[in-house]
Design a binder for this molecule. Structure first.
Ligand code: ADP
Length: 392
């Protein structure tokens, strides 16, 4: 039964529903009439009156038909000598109500289809409009102006979905543009250097060594870019879930970054509940936290600090990376997690970066069903907080 209903179009379902309701109501009415009418009619006189059509002859011998009313209690009398038609009022009511019921059903069948078609017309209109929207016309909206009903909710939902799609398409376009730029820059500088060397008849062996060094730098930049992209493309089912002790993981990160910290004269420290443990992918979590600590070192002043605090509650572990560096202005604090976004581009010329670090960190944290946020004040410093469920 369910399968049959599921195969029916909405229009047919509505039509059947309207028709069914009309039939049920009509049937109830007929039932009511047939049950109540006899009570009313008999209770009035006790016995129904009967009318007789009597065929007889008049004084001149001409055949005539007269109506005679028989007194109660004689009822339904059919005279054997005369031709009589009984007109029992109950029977009339029953016949009429049945005829009425049949008419209701017939009218219902036609009108319900029409009503269903009429009420579904806005949906048909909306779907026709939606069909015309493709990747090139994602800025179009349905802008349905009807009353606040289910159709309006549907149209508004589609419009909201188009907003999100358009935004994602734009981001995708920006991402491809940035990626192309990141790929093209090292490749074209490499090509220019090779061309210059080929065209130089006086090129010496040292020039070739220099070219080899430039090529090595360009290749490692490209390699790093590919690694970053692979990290960003990681899906939830590609990560491992093993017990990770955060204190040990962060110790490794601090050791790895200590040369960079020394170079920038930044002190590194860790405190809090260092034994906190979570279930996750140690390699990915290493990259995620390393990005934050590295940023804390790079976007800082000589003599500054980066502190890592580990906190714990019943359900989640919190890792805070706090620095007293240059800070981030409030209006760009949400953008810094976007791919290839770099705040204060002009002032960061001397800091190498592609604007992928925080988006990779966010992606990894989300793969672990966690979240990340930032609090920062320009000129004072920043605090990045990662929340990870104890068991994911
Ligand atoms: P990248 O460091 O390669 O530019 P990120 O995604 O790691 O890329 O960071 C994005 C931007 O956020 C950086 O360019 C920088 O402007 C800002 N930012 C990140 N971390 C900090 C920080 N600790 N202090 C100040 N600014 C930061």
């Amino acid at each position: 039964m369910r399968r049959i209903v599921q195969k029916l179009t909405i229009q047919r379902r509505v039509a059947i529903l309207i028709c069914g309701s009309l039939f049920s109501l009509g049937f109830l009415l007929v039932l009511f009439i047939n049950l109540i009418a006899p009570l009313l009619i008999t209770s009035e006189v006790g016995v129904p009156d009967t009318l007789l059509l009597v065929s007889t002859v008049n004084a001149y011998g001409t055949p005539i038909t007269v109506i005679k009313e028989t007194p109660a209690p004689k009822e339904h009398t059919i005279s054997p000598t005369t031709s009589v038609i009984s007109t029992d009022p109950l029977r009339v009511v029953r016949v009429l109500s049945l005829v009425g019921l049949i008419m209701i059903v017939v009218i219902g069948i036609f009108s319900s289809k029409w009503i269903a078609g009429l009420s579904l017309r806005p949906i048909v209109k909306i779907s026709q409009q939606a069909k015309q929207i493709d990747a090139r016309s994602l800025h179009h909206r349905l802008k349905y102006n009807g009353p606040l009903d289910e159709v309006k909710i549907l149209a508004d939902t589609i419009d909201a979905m188009l907003d999100r799609l358009e935004m994602n398409f734009e981001r995708q376009g920006q991402f491809i543009g940035n990626l192309t730029h990141e790929l093209r820059t090292p490749l074209s500088s490499l090509r220019m250097n090779i061309e210059a060397l080929i065209l130089d008849p006086e090129a010496r062996l040292e020039d070739y060594y220099m070219l080899a060094e430039t090529a090595e730098r360009a290749l490692s930049r490209l390699e790093q870019l590919v690694e970053d992209l692979l990290l960003l493309a990681k899906g939830e089912n590609e990560i491992s879930h093993q017990p990770v002790v955060l204190g040990s993981l962060i110790d490794e990160i601090l050791e790895e970054l200590s040369p960079l910290a020394q170079e920038h004269n930044i002190s590194l420290k860790m405190s809090g509940e260092i034994d906190s443990e979570i279930n996750g992918d140690a390699v990915l979590l290493h990259s995620a936290i390393l990005n934050l600590v590295k940023n804390g070192i790079l976007y800082n002043h000589p003599g500054g600090f980066v502190e890592i605090l580990i906190g714990n509650d019943e359900t989640e572990v919190r890792v805070e990376v706090i620095d007293n560096g240059i800070g981030i202005s409030p209006d760009v604090q949400t953008n810094i997690f976007e791919r290839f976004y770099r705040a204060n581009k002009g002032t960061l010329e001397n800091i190498h970066g592609k604007g992928l670090g925080l988006s990779i960190t966010k992606h990894i944290v989300e793969l672990h069903k966690g979240s990340i946020d930032v609090e920062s004040t320009l000129g004072i410093g920043s605090k990045f907080r990662i929340f990870l469920p104890k068991c994911c």
